[in-house]
Design a protein around this ligand. Structure first.
Ligand code: CIR
Length: 315
């Protein structure tokens, strides 16, 4: 179990409210939580000023299309759409508010001051679902974490509907970034003792990537997607991707590397380059028998969002 040597935090634990399935019986994503676009999204945080302002109407249309896709992916489950909060221009990026692995959830202390209270709505929704919820804000003094920094390569393979299965899910890669610190990563390790937390100290990217998952996501339990270019190789090294048995698919554009993989589908942004699409389709459909879907998220990328950031998937 990984522990940051210099962290001294007193951790208290919240008791499970309702016993849930043990991780070995977790076989597919049954629920997705999303949040509507606030009318204030034009004021969302952004690493650089977008060339064109955010168009809220377009953002709503793009988000509705994405909601439809997520409904298709958790077709036998539940799609929960939380009300937008106009006091929180970034609230549509719900991924950052919580980390859910198997049978329990962590509520994050988001690393951006203006976003800290966004998590309350997510916490309520998770408690309503009966999930045991551990709140980093109460249990650590200084721990911070954005869900966008937390990568959990796993595959819920539902190709055989009679016997869906969970594969992989042994590692939790946690980007140590401007938003997530070592204490936050250590807290995740305490709450999720069945996975190995691997901290990835991220380098300055000159505004190219806010979170770990702006750079690397997973297609399945043993396949990661990352941008081409030697400047990203240090991430493979820190992940010890080879040693841990991962295959890395490299793509020409970084925005193609944020994909959502769930229940045998992989979703990417529609405005990625042709070459990235060809590589993804080959790997996902021909190579792994999964289905590739695309959706436009261009309004969200104007404020450093992509696809994973707009949902929380729950097994
Ligand atoms: C932020 O700066 O927090 C938002 N404008 C973007 C958050 C994107 N979140 C994510 O990729 N997980």
């Amino acid at each position: 179990m990984w522990m940051h040597p210099t962290t001294r935090c007193a951790l208290k634990y919240v008791r499970s409210r309702i016993p849930r399935n043990n991780s070995s019986t977790t076989r597919l994503y049954t629920t997705v939580i999303m949040r509507n676009v606030p009318s204030s999204m034009a004021k969302a945080l952004s690493m650089s000023c977008p060339l064109e302002p955010i168009n809220i109407k377009n953002a709503e249309i793009q988000h509705d299309n994405y909601i439809d896709i997520m409904k298709k992916i958790v077709v036998k489950g539940e799609t929960i759409i939380l009300k937008a909060d106009d006091n929180h221009p970034d609230c549509v990026f719900i991924e950052d508010t919580a980390v859910v692995i198997d049978d329990r959830a962590v509520i994050c202390r988001i690393g951006a001051e203006s976003r800290i209270d966004e998590v309350d709505a997510t916490k309520e929704a998770l408690l309503d679902l009966g999930l045991p919820v551990h709140d980093m804000r109460h249990d650590t003094e200084f721990g911070t974490c954005d869900g966008g920094d937390v990568l959990y390569p796993v595959r819920y393979d539902i190709s055989d509907a009679r016997a869906p299965m969970k594969v992989g899910g042994n590692y939790l890669f946690v980007g140590i970034s401007s938003r997530t610190n070592y204490e936050g990563a250590e807290y995740l390790q305490h709450v999720f003792p069945n996975v190995e937390v691997v901290p990835i100290k991220m380098r300055e990217t000159n505004g190219e990537a806010l979170h770990l998952k702006s750079i690397v996501t997973h297609i399945d339990h043993k396949t990661l997607v990352m941008p081409d270019g030697s400047e990203w190789d240090y991430i493979c090294d820190l992940m010890d991707s080879k040693g841990r048995g991962f295959e890395i698919v490299r793509l020409p554009d970084i925005s193609a590397c944020n994909v959502v993989s769930a229940n045998n589908y992989v979703v990417a942004q529609s405005n990625i380059c042709k070459q990235s699409k060809e590589i993804l389709e080959k790997e996902v459909e021909e190579g792994r028998g999964m289905k590739m879907l695309y959706v436009d998220a261009s309004e969200f990328s104007k404020c450093d969002g992509a696809l994973t950031c707009k949902n929380i998937l729950i097994p």
